[in-house]
Design a protein around this ligand. Structure first.
Ligand SMILES: [Zn+2]
Length: 73
């Protein structure tokens, strides 16, 4: 009887530790992904999302490749 109670108690502690570890990891991953999403821009021609540093900028518009930029012009 007592043994089962101790086992359940230990399982409860293990579960709490596991949940706390998961919660501690999640915000870091969210911050990283949020930064990546913030750096994404949309191609004005085809609507594809590309990283800002890889995109071709033409005044206020971004393009995924030079072909799409030239078509627009
Ligand atoms: Zn495009």
């Amino acid at each position: 009887m007592f043994g089962i109670r101790v086992l359940i108690y230990l399982l409860g502690i293990a579960l709490v530790i596991w949940i706390l570890m998961r919660l501690a990891k999640t915000p870091r991953m969210k911050k990283k992904s949020a930064k990546r999403v913030g750096d994404m821009v949309r191609c004005t021609h085809c609507g594809v999302y590309i990283p800002r540093n890889e995109a071709i900028q033409d005044s206020d518009h971004y393009y995924c490749c030079t072909r799409h930029r030239d078509r627009k012009l």
